[in-house]
Design a protein around this ligand. Structure first.
Ligand code: F6P
Length: 547
């Protein structure tokens, strides 16, 4: 396999980057009044404006050539057709099959997996409706009022992000809670106000081995049994979502209460599977299907649209441009919609666990910068916290601004203020303000020359800071499904261009293994002498207080 750096478009992009670094976006806007039309696309659920990037028509042409030279279209076909592109784990990558709303069969190992997917959806439908309608009762015959999802990472972030984003669509027939942290504070706080007779636990774990989830699930079981005084109550209060039926049944969960998952669905891409059960219970199964439909629409767009008009492809190429060629090291996700307050945490896992790697799929060290660290917060809160850094630090942080034309909770006067800030910030980041302008403004305000000399350099904003704007029409199950799917495919394309296997996560294993060993040492009191002096010192300090 060719090293990407030897591709003709790669070399051209390196040279082109040197040229573009000397340009300013505000000049590019002045030179081309049609820049917005040229660098934006409209899809049914949203508008993507990428004109506020340090790009020209030549940049995009070179980037699309890069995508072609990297065989993005052929890789896309491989993914959708079930080839085992997760090469280090020898697995297919078919989360798109979970939301395949067409009748087209998806064959894997000689079997149409649509059949399994439909059966799993039927089981989710029946179960979620029973719970919502009060037909699934607890051990004392009372209806379930609260569902607690126990899971971490992909078994938590997706469903929690979605249920919180779509809160306005919930009829609140059941309250949904999430426990992900093994810090006992979280589960204690969640359980304290709840009545065990009315609580249903969903233990969500693809592997059913994750220590944090198993620990929380055991605590939940003890809590239930200490109230019911009856082990058999577990069958009415515990269901699991897992691809490891053996472990789930050994854990004590009735076989008929286990919802399937498959090894061809990565944890961070799994909210479309039964991992999304809390979504179906909270919003109703029809809403869950709308979410799948929204994602399927973007799958269609991704598969059938030429690269130059393909939203996920464009987002991926811009990330490669900003990070690999222009040197940005982090990227901010800035939603201007309260309902998307967990989006940056969700995308942090999606992108960083997928592409935060430094070895190519051939096992070679990657010589070029790959993906940024992803971070973010609701935009308005960020404005009063870290936007100072975005505007004036020496580090350029490309940012995705995500907002909605229509608020799901209109309160008079609020949305306009919110959106005025949204529009102003991307403009300020792009335009900046130079020293001559700062001085002229201060002079016009009647400031003394001494004051102007002292303050002017501090008020300069260099601008030229790249942003993408995703302007949703309105947050709904369908549009949210589309938004998430767009980012999923962006991550896939990024991985292909950078030669990263996006669907494994070996980097989480080392720490997990060491934690297991140390936990055994803490329980037995036999601390290994092989630890480094820092780890030994920390364990000794901890033990001196806990003994
Ligand atoms: O953090 C590593 C990870 O394996 C994630 O990829 C996954 O989403 C999470 O742990 C939870 O795993 P499981 O669903 O198997 O408990």
């Amino acid at each position: 396999m060719h090293d990407r750096t030897s591709l003709p478009s790669w070399k051209k992009l390196e040279n082109h980057a040197l040229d573009m670094k000397s340009q300013h976006m505000s000049e590019l806007f002045k030179q081309n009044p049609k820049r917005f039309e040229q660098f934006s696309i409209q899809l049914a659920p949203f508008l993507l404006d990428y004109s506020k990037n340090l790009i020209s028509a030549s940049t995009m042409e070179l980037l699309f050539n890069l995508a072609k030279e990297c065989d993005v279209e052929a890789w896309r076909e491989k993914m959708f057709s079930g080839e085992r592109i997760n090469s280090t784990e020898d697995r297919a990558v078919l989360h798109t099959a979970l939301r395949n709303r067409s009748e087209t069969p998806i064959m894997l190992d000689g079997k149409d997996i649509n059949i399994d997917v439909r059966l799993a959806l039927d089981k989710m439908k029946t179960f979620s409706e029973k719970v919502r309608q009060g037909l699934w009762s607890g051990y004392s015959g009372k209806r379930i009022t609260d569902v607690v999802n126990i899971g971490v990472g992909g078994s938590n972030l997706g469903p929690q992000m979605v249920t919180e984003a779509l809160d306005q669509y919930s009829d609140n027939s059941v309250n949904v809670h999430y426990v992900s942290n093994v810090d006992g504070t979280q589960i204690a706080n969640v359980l304290r106000p709840l009545n065990p007779e009315k609580v249903l636990f969903i233990v969500s774990s693809k592997t059913f081995t994750t220590t944090e989830t198993m620990t929380n699930a055991r605590t939940a079981m003890k809590w239930l049994v200490s109230s019911s005084f009856d082990q058999s109550a577990i069958a009415q209060h515990f269901v699991a979502v897992s691809s490891n039926k053996k472990n789930a049944t050994e854990f004590g969960i009735a076989e008929e209460n286990i919802f399937d998952m498959w090894d061809w669905v990565g944890g961070r891409f799994s909210l479309w599977s039964a991992i999304g059960l809390p979504i179906a219970i909270d919003l109703g199964f029809e809403r869950f299907i709308e979410l799948l439909e929204g994602a399927h629409e973007i799958d269609q767009h991704f598969c059938n649209t030429p690269l130059a008009e393909n939203a996920p492809v464009i987002l991926a190429l811009l990330s490669v441009w900003n990070c690999t060629f222009l040197g940005a090291q982090s990227q901010a996700i800035l939603p201007y919609d309260q309902s998307l307050h967990m989006l940056s945490a969700y995308l942090q896992q999606a992108e960083m666990e997928s592409n935060g790697k430094s070895v190519s799929w051939d096992g070679d060290s990657i010589s070029y910068p790959t993906v940024p660290s992803i971070w973010g917060e609701l935009g308005i809160n960020g404005q009063h916290a870290f936007y100072q850094y975005l505007h004036q630090s020496n580090n350029v942080v490309p940012a995705d601004f995500i907002g909605s034309v229509e608020s799901v909770t209109p309160v008079q006067g609020h949305h306009e203020t919110l959106m005025a800030n949204f529009f102003a910030q991307t403009q300020a980041l792009m335009q900046g303000v130079d020293e001559a302008q700062v001085r002229a403004d201060l002079k016009a305000k009647g400031r003394t020359q001494d004051y102007i000399d002292k303050v002017a350099p501090h008020k300069v904003h260099k601008g030229n800071r790249p942003t993408n704007t995703i302007l949703m029409k309105r947050i709904s199950p369908r549009s949210l499904g589309s938004l998430i799917a767009m980012y999923e495919h962006k991550i896939f394309v990024q991985g292909i261009i950078l030669q990263i296997c996006s669907f494994d996560q070996w980097g989480v294993e080392l720490g997990k293994g060491l934690a297991n060993n140390i936990q055994e040492e803490l329980s037995s009191g036999n601390i290994s002498e092989l630890h480094d002096s820092s780890t030994t010192g920390l364990i000794n300090f901890y033990q001196s207080y806990t003994k």
